[in-house]
Design a binder for this molecule. Structure first.
Ligand code: ADP
Ligand code: ADP
Length: 231
């Protein structure tokens, strides 16, 4: 069934003459990677933020599994939905380990289990736990910060992962490498991923299906990369 369902989702920011997201409906299946691709300002981030309730829709609704997001308690939602954004998303005053441990701690995991999980997550994203556990974000390269961001988003093993331009701030070679790693991770973990980018090549590379968005997140096309490339 659908892992995520958007129904007539609309967001009008106060004081803005046009809605940022206007009447968007779509179904995202369990285990697929859907990429939202579209120009800057078309409402991609706004849509992601509504899915994890960082902002409330003006109208419409969102279901995750068979639950309305408004019916899920905040900690439950953090456990269901991981969120990775650009490097700035790491808390600078917290070590790598503390950043990764955030949601597990919030959901009441024991110290021992959390500690083990942090090391496991660092391994998963290709960072040596011994070397990186106690570092601070400023002591990492851009690519390493992105890896920690992904490790943090996955730490509590959420079925859904939202990624907002997660590789937007790294150089092209590192980005290419991180994209390959995400594909490898996805083969291993089978998350339901919604990935936002303005980079069409990135969308084609990563998406099982791609939603090509126009202004106000109007869906111009929603199809496989193969179908999008031939249309
Ligand atoms: P994208 O992620 O596609 O770049 P956004 O969702 O960030 O687009 O923005 C969509 C539109 O909503 C833009 O016109 C942007 O200026 C506007 N917007 C975003 N956040 C806010 C906000 N907090 N208040 C008012 N307008 C906003
Ligand atoms: P990249 O070439 O990937 O951009 P950098 O040149 O930023 O990486 O860093 C190279 C290595 O030095 C990385 O392993 C990084 O973790 C480490 N490093 C960078 N800055 C610091 C710092 N302030 N303290 C400790 N190690 C650092």
């Amino acid at each position: 069934g659908a892992a995520i369902q958007l129904e007539h989702l609309t967001k009008a920011y106060p004081g803005s003459p046009v809605p940022a997201v206007d009447d968007v409906s779509m179904e995202i299946k369990a285990g697929e990677t859907v990429v939202f691709v579209g120009p800057s300002g078309c409402g991609k981030s706004t849509t992601l933020k509504m899915i994890n309730r960082l902002i409330e829709p003006t109208s419409g609704r969102i279901r995750i599994g068979d639950e309305d997001v408004t019916a899920i308690d905040p900690v439950g939602l953090r456990r269901k939905v991981g969120y990775a954004i650009q490097a700035s998303g790491l808390f600078p005053h917290m070590s790598v380990a503390e950043n990764i441990a955030l949601v597990p701690k919030m959901t009441g995991w024991s110290r021992a289990r959390t500690r083990e999980r942090v090391a496991e997550m660092l391994d998963l994203v290709g960072l040596d736990p011994g070397e990186f556990h106690d570092r601070y974000p400023r002591q990492l390269s851009g690519g390493q910060q992105q890896r920690v961001g992904v490790a943090r988003a996955l730490a509590a093993d959420p079925p859904v992962l939202l990624m907002d331009e997660p590789f937007g701030a790294v150089d092209p070679i590192t980005r290419d490498h991180l994209q390959d790693e995400l594909i490898r991770l996805q083969h291993e973990l089978h998350k339901t991923i919604v990935f936002v980018t303005h980079d069409f090549d990135e969308a084609i590379k990563l998406g099982d299906r791609i939603a090509v968005l126009r202004e106000r997140s109007h869906i111009a096309q929603f199809d496989t990369p193969e179908a999008i490339l031939t249309n």
